[in-house]
Design a protein around this ligand. Structure first.
Ligand code: P6P
Length: 332
């Protein structure tokens, strides 16, 4: 079959034997993400109308109470994952603590934990800028048959069995990896089907785009300031282009296709930067490495970091390998 016309469902079935664990388990996990992504996509795409449609009162057209979209996205992903009888626990940016999923079978036979940022960049919704969902999947490390514990969530990113994102942009795409490369699927909203549109996605080894909030420049460490000036100098293939959407998933996605580096450094205002290790940096770092890119906190591989708490933040430098390495040189 022509690779390009393959649906996500066909792709999962054709590639599930690569999944190191039970073949059916991966399908259930990705299918749960797929379903929730379609539901959230529907809500995000009419976000601008909700206020108008909601003028009739406190409810929207479906008669549901109006909810902030990130709360709604959180509920939709948790609901989809809970139903699949495959996940024993979920952690989310929207939840202070992790959620234990009690399987119907009280022996807690479910083997996977999922960590999500249900709607990253949600503040952009009000200005019609693309947003995304980020997900990270691990096998539990505590014994199956016992309630999930915090230890199951505080695993280094290199232990992830799958990771991906949904970008709700000019088109909606699901991009994910199970450790065998990165593939991108575009949603045909007319029929609600994701099609393989970007097989084997890879970061160009270098690029000419740097993404950072330069409004924080004066607060950055000197090494970061020096790298930003390096990007702006008239020399060789520079100056680079500055592109910063304020939505990690969108900046990452563009840089993976065109080549570039995304940076959220620490600063005098945020000693560990802003991005969360467990459900933003780790999944994006796995995707980056699977796409021949690189992801570090400035001096350490993101995927090697041993987490100490659920919502911890880390500085984040991610994208084309040579650009991340150059940035690290300036920060040594
Ligand atoms: P700032 C969105 O809130 C987010 O987590 C990322 O998606 C985005 O890249 C970053 O924060 C933007 O943060 O401080 O530059 O507005």
């Amino acid at each position: 079959m022509d690779k390009k016309n393959k649906t996500l469902g066909e792709f999962i079935i054709e590639n599930q034997s690569e999944f190191q664990y039970s073949t059916g388990e991966l399908s259930k996990l990705i299918n749960a993400i797929r379903l929730a992504a379609k539901v959230v996509n529907h809500e995000v795409n009419k976000a601008g109308l909700i206020d108008i449609l909601g003028e009739a009162g406190d409810t929207n057209v479906q008669g549901e109470d109006q909810q902030k979209l990130d709360v709604l996205a959180n509920e939709k992903f948790i609901q989809a994952l809970r139903k699949r009888e495959i996940v024993c626990g979920i952690a989310s940016e929207e939840e202070d603590d992790f959620i234990t999923i009690n399987s119907q079978d009280e022996n807690h036979q479910n083997k996977y934990v999922v960590l999500i940022d249900p709607l990253d960049g949600s503040s952009n919704i009000d200005v019609n800028v693309s947003v995304g969902t980020i997900f990270s999947i691990y096998r539990r490390i505590t014994p199956v048959g016992t309630p999930v514990t915090l230890e199951d969530f505080l695993q280094p990113g290199k232990n992830q069995v799958a990771a991906g994102y949904v970008v709700y942009g000019t088109s909606t795409m699901l991009v994910y990896t199970t450790g065998h490369g990165v593939n991108g699927f575009t949603l045909n909203p007319a029929i609600g089907t994701f099609y393989l549109s970007h097989p084997n996605m890879e970061f160009p080894e270098t690029g000419k785009i740097y993404s950072v909030n330069e409004g924080n420049y004066v607060h950055f460490p000197q090494g970061v300031k020096n790298y930003i000036k390096y990007c702006q100098e008239e020399e060789g293939d520079r100056p680079y282009t500055s592109r910063y959407i304020g939505s990690l998933v969108s900046d990452f996605h563009r840089n993976m296709i065109k080549g570039g580096i995304y940076m959220y450094p620490k600063s005098s205002k945020a000693s560990n930067g802003k991005l969360r290790l467990l459900y933003e940096c780790n999944p994006m770092a796995l995707i980056a490495e699977q796409a021949n890119g690189k992801a570090s906190n400035g001096n350490q591989r993101i995927l090697d970091i041993q987490p100490s708490e659920l919502h911890e933040r880390v500085p984040f430098f991610c994208g084309s390998k040579k650009m991340v390495e150059k940035a690290e040189e300036f920060m040594k």
